[in-house]
Design a protein around this ligand. Structure first.
Ligand code: F6R
Length: 359
């Protein structure tokens, strides 16, 4: 099933441009509007606060989805770890709506929250890759990722498709509420640009393998930094690297480094910075300088227009909300190569299972 590919993870990374195109065709109706059931959209539009519940990579996708929903649909969003919120419910708003994000639809930590949400008779939606999965059956509504089976333990195409589907949902709610920002947002066009950017990024494997060898081959730890959505992607990039290469990697809000973590920077500690935010670029550049002056070996992923000489990876210019869909791709590939170069099991890292069915 992985055909000519040596590993599922590599195949699944490469599939991302076509998965984006599949999502565009599935979620765009013929008249150009969003193809999501209007009853569902109406229900969410009437909610005064959305609670996103997920684990791991799906939680990271939720952090990006929050920004999209708040900006396009104008509803406040809280993103919660399933293993926390289940035992420690926050004070809920008057009309809460719960969104569960789960590739497998079988994650026990998420399910125990859904059971409680159902007991409270609160409305819910599961965004999942698996039709008929437990979380899909038990939630009131389901949206599918249409990413095709994800076999590798490290989640890649599920992350990008979760973000794309949440973008469609955000756009649908914003359209329903007649919000200007949503109405003027040409989602099929913008996501089409993402798919093309992904095509370019997945073709840069040789360069990324070299970067990985240069920065990560012998290191014991690494830091990923960014601000805003770049911070959200730092968390995901760090998880991807640690789970398959076993390099201790932390994702950090760039501005937080100086509040403690910078003490860990030594000569040649790898620090990777993601820079796609116009308002935050110069601040993150400053953080790069700070760690460099303490000996860190820095690497920058920057978006076209914000790049500087010496930056290692350039992301084609995209809508500000959509940059995570592109910046994550080189991070996935760097993790893949770091794992390969250490001669580790790419698709089945130690101690991990594809779906975690215990709390
Ligand atoms: C990381 C990874 C895990 C999952 C998490 C949630 O690459 O795969 O962190 O994202 O276990 O799984 P789902 O999305 O199936 O609920």
């Amino acid at each position: 099933e992985k055909g000519l590919y040596p590993h599922y993870m590599l195949k699944e990374i490469d599939e991302q441009p076509s998965v984006m195109r599949k999502i565009i065709s599935t979620y765009t109706a013929e008249n150009g509007s969003v193809a999501i059931d209007e009853h569902l959209v109406e229900k969410i539009a009437k909610s005064d606060r959305i609670y996103v519940v997920a684990c791991g990579t799906s939680w990271h996708a939720g952090l990006v989805g929050k920004k999209m929903i708040e900006e396009l649909a104008n509803i406040p969003v809280e993103v919660h770890l399933a293993s926390e919120i289940g035992y420690d419910m926050p004070l809920l708003s008057e009309r809460p709506f719960f969104i569960f994000i789960s590739q497998s639809g079988e994650t026990a930590d998420s399910r125990q929250v859904l059971v409680k949400v159902n007991e409270l008779n609160l409305p819910s939606l599961t965004i999942t890759n698996v039709k008929g999965s437990t979380l899909s059956r038990e939630a009131e509504n389901t949206l599918l990722l249409h990413a095709g089976p994800e076999i590798a333990v490290a989640s890649t195409k599920a992350y990008t498709s979760q973000i794309a589907v949440m973008l469609y949902l955000a756009k649908a709610i914003g359209d329903y509420k007649n919000l200007k920002l949503a109405k003027s947002f040409d989602i099929a066009h913008e996501l089409g640009l993402v798919a093309s950017a992904m095509d370019t990024l997945v073709s840069e494997k040789d360069k990324l393998a070299e970067i990985s060898r240069d920065y990560l081959l012998t290191t014991r730890n690494a830091f990923y930094i960014g601000r805003g959505l770049d911070y959200a992607v730092s968390l995901e990039g760090a998880l991807k690297l640690k789970e398959i290469s076993y390099i201790q990697t932390e994702g950090f809000a760039a501005g937080e480094l100086k509040h403690g973590t910078i003490a860990l920077i030594e000569k040649d500690t790898p620090v990777l910075a993601i820079i796609t935010g116009e308002d935050t670029a110069s601040h993150t550049r400053g953080n790069v300088k700070e760690v460099e002056s303490r000996g860190a070996k820095t690497m920058v992923i920057a978006m076209e227009g914000l790049q500087k000489e010496g930056d290692q990876i350039i992301i084609p210019e995209l809508h500000a909300l959509l940059t995570p869909l592109a910046t994550v791709v080189p991070l996935q590939l760097i993790s893949y190569f770091a794992c390969l170069q250490r001669d580790l099991d790419v698709d089945k890292p130690r101690n991990l299972a594809k779906s975690v069915t215990v709390e």
